[in-house]
Write a protein that binds this ligand. Structure first.
Ligand SMILES: Nc1ncnc2c1ncn2[C@@H]1O[C@H](COP(=O)(O)OP(=O)(O)OP(=O)(O)O)[C@@H](O)[C@H]1O
Ligand SMILES: [Mg+2]
Length: 347
């Protein structure tokens, strides 16, 4: 049953009328006519009084509060457009307040999430910067403290300091690229080009890394030419990142294969390794920046980076209106793949 001011006033008036009439009936000379007149007068006067009080004082104030709320909401969100014609102002206000509070809560949650993300990001960046700076600083101070006189140590320590600074430079460059990609400052310079020579170039750049781990690189294209519409430099970066990951996290004496296939004017590129694989609980997070499965800051030679590679890959692929996927089995290997629009190929 829906209560509105008319019904409430009537119920109140009825009870006041009945009570008054009951009292009057106790008077000795009271007859039916007197009782009826008394009932009618008390009912109607109470009804008018209650109705006007409710309608113009209480509900009027509520309506004003509601209008004020609507004005605040208009500034923040689009006005909640629900049909509210047949509900009372109190219900209307209630619904509006509920909706407003829900939106505000969502906004607070989002801001809290962003603040946490910012804190984590700052902590990660400073940690990643600290590691190579401390290392280079350590080597240089050791040299200044006297080791510089020993030619062999001098060369070794200077080389190590230079390597740390190279790493730092790589990290800053990756961070810069990532921030530009996220802010959409870097736009993709799309052009039509044959991707096969680009894949060869990517393999050439990781050859040394693969040789050190005795990893066999496999790429046997069935076709010599596959024309795609993409940013070639960014694509090279994607390929190098994915292939070098496959080598870094691949097993010694293992293999890394790149396969291409075309379906419906879409080129699919798959990079497969038979390495350590990724556990299911980590797989959803590997594309986050700074996320590394091996949290240990102690890194094996050639293994583990800053955790920015896949975040960059994801942004570049998304800027090509596509997605990068991964399938992996722990201790068995992983496959990363993505698709690119390409010209039709006649085999
Ligand atoms: N092919 C793979 N096999 C197993 N794990 C992988 C593979 N590729 C990525 N990962 C996991 O995902 C994490 C994130 O990879 P990503 O390329 O973003 O960072 P990274 O290789 O650690 O550092 P960076 O690429 O910035 O030098 C890696 O640390 C690794 O744990
Ligand atoms: Mg990587």
């Amino acid at each position: 049953m829906r209560f509105n001011s008319r019904l409430i006033s009537f119920l109140l008036a009825l009870s006041v009328g009945l009570i008054t009439t009951a009292f009057i009936s106790l008077v000795k000379d009271a007859n039916w006519r007197i009782l009826f007149v008394c009932f009618a007068i008390s009912l109607s006067s109470t009804f008018i009084l209650c109705y006007f009080t409710l309608e113009f004082l209480v509900l009027g104030e509520i309506n004003e509060a509601y209008n004020m709320l609507a004005k605040i909401k208009k500034k923040d969100f689009k006005l909640y457009k629900k049909k509210m014609s047949n509900i009372t102002p109190i219900q209307k206000l209630n619904e509006e307040l509920h909706h407003y509070a829900k939106n505000k809560q969502q906004e607070i949650d989002r801001l809290e999430e962003l603040a946490m993300y910012r804190r984590e990001f700052l902590a990660d960046v400073s940690h990643e910067l600290k590691t190579p700076i401390f290392a280079a600083q350590g080597f240089l101070h050791t040299l200044l403290d006297g080791a510089v006189d020993d030619i062999e140590v001098r060369y070794k320590f200077l080389k190590k300091a230079a390597n740390s600074l190279d790493g730092l430079n790589g990290l800053v460059e990756d961070l810069f690229t990532l921030s530009q990609l996220e802010a959409h400052i870097i736009t993709m310079k799309k052009e039509k080009f044959n991707i096969i020579p680009l894949i060869d170039r990517a393999f050439e750049q990781v050859e040394e890394m693969a040789r050190e781990k005795k990893i066999f690189l496999i790429f046997e294209p069935e076709i010599e030419e596959i024309f795609v519409n993409a940013d070639s430099e960014k694509m090279l970066r994607v390929l190098i990142n994915l292939i070098s990951n496959a080598i870094k996290y691949g097993k010694e004496n293992g293999k890394v294969a790149l396969k291409t296939s075309i379906d419906n004017q879409k080129l699919k590129i798959e990079i497969e390794d038979d390495g350590q694989g990724i556990a299911p609980e980590n797989i959803d997070r590997i594309f986050e920046r700074f996320y590394r499965v091996e949290k240990s800051r102690h890194r094996e030679k050639n293994k583990g980076g800053t955790g920015l590679g896949l975040a960059i890959v994801k942004h570049i692929i998304e800027a090509h209106q596509s997605e990068v996927f991964v399938k992996s089995k722990l201790h068995e290997g992983s496959i990363f793949w993505f698709e690119l629009a390409c010209d039709e190929v006649i085999l």
